[in-house]
Ligand binder design. Structure first.
Ligand code: ADP
Length: 186
């Protein structure tokens, strides 16, 4: 049976990059709700239109929308033998829905990638500058971070009491952090 992983970490922690590489290494699908939502926005689907402004403000898209996307994605055959969830669950209600639908074993390990706040703001602002992303203003970044601290970070405790957390220091090069995650997963 393949792994059922969840990646948790603040915006700017490099979670998406790591998640993609780990999923590839393990041969499991990388299921990123951020990617799915951005695709819906780009395709200008009904759902994308609903999500666009919310995402731009750094707020959370309503649980029902994201949950429907994830349940549909998990029903696909490539997810039958494991997956890496990135961006979902993002709050306690989503975690409860997920466990209520599939049982507690829906996640075997929650990889918590940790980086402190000021370093995150610095990284995201730098990325925004390099890529000319005017939408990543400091206010939006700070809002994304505070939504993370309030809504998502408590999930680390949720999975910790179930003894499923692997803590990883997210400061270092991409390769260094990758190595730490691989070591934490064996
Ligand atoms: P980050 O830059 O924090 O890694 P993501 O790429 O995971 O962000 O997600 C981008 C945006 O998509 C979030 O800020 C949020 O608006 C929305 N989103 C993604 N996943 C969820 C979710 N599980 N619940 C609610 N909103 C979500």
């Amino acid at each position: 049976m393949g792994r059922k992983l969840l990646f948790l970490g603040p915006p700017g922690a490099g979670k998406g990059t790591q998640a993609q590489q780990i999923a590839k290494l393990l041969g499991i699908p990388h299921i990123s709700t951020g990617d799915m939502l951005r695709q819906a926005v780009a395709d200008e689907t009904e759902l994308g239109m609903q999500a666009k402004a919310i995402m731009e403000a750094g707020d959370l898209v309503p649980d029902e929308i994201v949950t429907a996307l994830v349940i549909e994605r998990l029903s696909q055959p490539d997810a039958a033998c494991g997956y890496l969830l990135d961006g979902y669950p993002r709050n306690a209600a989503q975690a409860d829905t997920l466990a209520g639908t599939y049982g507690d074993d829906v996640i075997d390990t929650a990889v918590a990638v940790d980086v402190e706040s000021e370093e995150l703001v610095r990284r995201i602002l730098q990325r925004a500058q390099e890529q000319g992303r005017a939408d990543d203003t400091e206010d939006v970044i700070r809002n994304r971070l505070s939504v993370y601290r309030e809504e998502t970070e408590p999930l680390i405790e949720y999975y910790r009491v179930r003894d499923r957390v692997a803590d990883v220091d997210g400061v270092g090069t991409i390769d260094e952090v990758f190595g730490r995650i691989v070591s934490a997963l064996v």
